[in-house]
Design a protein. Sequence first.
Length: 328
Amino acid sequence: MRAVKMSPVIEVLKQGRHFAVIAHVSPDGDVIGSCLALANFLWDQGKTVDLYCDDAPPENLAFLQGIQNFIKPGEKIETKENFTYDAVVCLDCSDEGRLGDAAYLLKRASCTINIDHHATNTMYADINIVEPGASSTAELVFELIREMDEDYFSMPVYEAIYSGIATDTGGFGFSNTTPAAHRIAAQLIEYGLNVDKLTRLLFRNTTLPRVRLLAKALASLEMHCNDRVAFLTVSKAMLEEIGLEENHTDGIVNYGIDIVGVECAALFKEAEQGKTKVSLRTKGTVDASVLAAKFGGGGHVRAAGCLISAGIEKAKEQVLEALKAMLE
Ligand SMILES: [Mn+2]
């Protein structure tokens, strides 16, 4: 079924010569892996590809071939008047807002292509390949490449595909892990992909300052509501002492939600102007997005976030009060 849908994309990519490939703002492993897989494949076909992303790719993906080629919108070719890409390909972007400053490139293309797996996709392109049943956009890019050239072999492309699938499925652990995701991974391993190496690069490697911050955050653990709620704290003082930047707190909140019996975990991070950034994780009956919405935030059932205009202690009181009502 998908084979039929891919054909208009294949037609455009075969005919064209100059392409732009766009990653969404705050890029993750799926979008960077997808963009690099497609770009490397097209470069190998002798095509020109400009890779755009508003923000810098995550550091753990630095090993992927071609990652240094990402440019910010406005940095390059579009400054030439009248330049038009044969196609602009948006990957893993559910709507035009996700393109950030690169959105204007949609007007600099003979054809726009949107390949994604988000059910909320707004179908903003000329050709829209949207498969909510796919584990990741990388899964769709793999199918596209296979269909364009059955015999194509490139380990850098396979590593990019694997990185996309593995990160979007949380190491093949989230509910979006499909049989297709495993089948593609199996195929890539048959081709000689080094799973051990990629697991270390994608998920395991950390730095000494990050481990020191984790130690401080874990030491801050507070339990509430008969141990059904876990609060963790990262203050500016902690970050300054260690010499780390604010955005290096990914994953800390999971230590709270992983505790057996905990139904909601929250990480309170001291932000600018006396505000507090709250990351929420839940299991059981609490809906993290409902809790976040009470404070003007949002997200998903199991993971959400909000920014509270109060210091850490006041923010904790407010979240705890809201949680007590939800846990009753
Ligand atoms: Mn994705």
